[in-house]
Design a protein around this ligand. Structure first.
Ligand code: ADP
Ligand code: ADP
Length: 239
């Protein structure tokens, strides 16, 4: 069965239909890139998968669990905050804005806060954090503050932090859109590494080159709907 199952999902904001009947399956280890114009519902879809938004209709399952709900006697009941938060911890999310805590060092950003390295033992958490920083090429920046880092470095810290909970699924919402062009490559490089090591990833991006090269599948959205879907190499012609 797919790791992610999005089943006929609608999301309304008042009169705005941000998602208009979206269905999508994503299998374990797959990298799916979502492409589409501004306002087409890409970000809303990611936020619904992560239960940062409540859907208006339909069902989303991740790893067999219904997002935001549990089934009791055939009826859907909203999850408690605690269970919802536990469910969210299985999903790592990276935003366009890096969302680091400005008054914490890089390593503190990884081992403290709402998403943090698994394990309560301080030393173990520090070891894991060091490993993650190594993975994104930033071990020498452990004790720097975010404002001492470039945007690309900050985004790599944000990726390391999202990985800290050992998520089953990684969501990326335009992770390079806020970066100066010369810093985009280093972030895409880290994401390419994650893809190669088997992470399941859903990536909203305008980076067509990355999508063509790294994605197993491309999904085009427009007007809250999936308008086309297929193998990257077939849908995105070489430049
Ligand atoms: P994309 O990520 O493709 O740019 P979004 O998912 O951000 O698209 O937005 C889809 C539609 O939903 C847009 O019309 C947007 O204005 C609207 N929208 C998104 N978030 C909200 C919100 N919190 N409140 C009201 N409308 C929203
Ligand atoms: P993105 O395209 O990455 O979603 P936006 O600038 O569209 O970024 O949205 C930033 C924030 O504003 C999001 O939290 C989104 O939910 C909210 N938002 C977007 N469109 C609207 C809207 N029409 N009304 C209210 N909030 C909105």
């Amino acid at each position: 069965t797919p790791l992610v199952q999005i089943m006929d999902v609608y999301k309304n904001y008042g009169p705005v239909r941000a998602l208009n009947g979206v269905s999508l399956d994503v299998f374990k280890g797959e990298v799916v890139c979502i492409i589409g114009p501004s306002g087409s519902g890409k970000s809303t879809m990611l936020r619904c998968i992560n239960n940062l938004e409540k859907i208006s209709r339909g069902l989303i399952k991740v790893d067999g669990e219904i997002i935001g709900y549990k089934l009791v006697d055939g009826m859907l009941h909203e999850l408690s905050d605690k269970l919802a938060s536990r469910q969210r911890s299985k999903i790592g999310m990276v935003f366009q804005q890096f969302n680091l805590f400005p008054h914490k060092t890089v390593i503190e950003n990884l081992i403290e806060g709402p998403t943090h390295v698994k394990g309560t033992k301080q030393q173990k958490a520090r070891d894991t954090a060091a490993k993650l920083l190594n993975q994104v090429g930033l071990n020498e920046k452990a004790h720097s503050y975010p404002n001492q880092l470039s945007g690309g470095q900050q985004q790599r810290v944000a990726i390391a932090r999202a990985l800290a909970m050992e998520p089953e699924l990684m969501l990326f919402d335009e992770p390079t859109s806020a970066l100066d062009p010369e810093l985009v490559g280093e972030v895409l490089q880290v994401m390419r590494g994650l893809a190669n090591s088997g992470h399941t990833m859903i990536v909203v991006t305008h980076e067509i080159g990355f999508a063509r090269e790294v994605a197993d599948r491309i999904v085009f959205m427009d007007d809250g709907m999936i308008v086309e879907e297929g193998i990257a190499k077939e849908l995105l012609a070489d430049p």
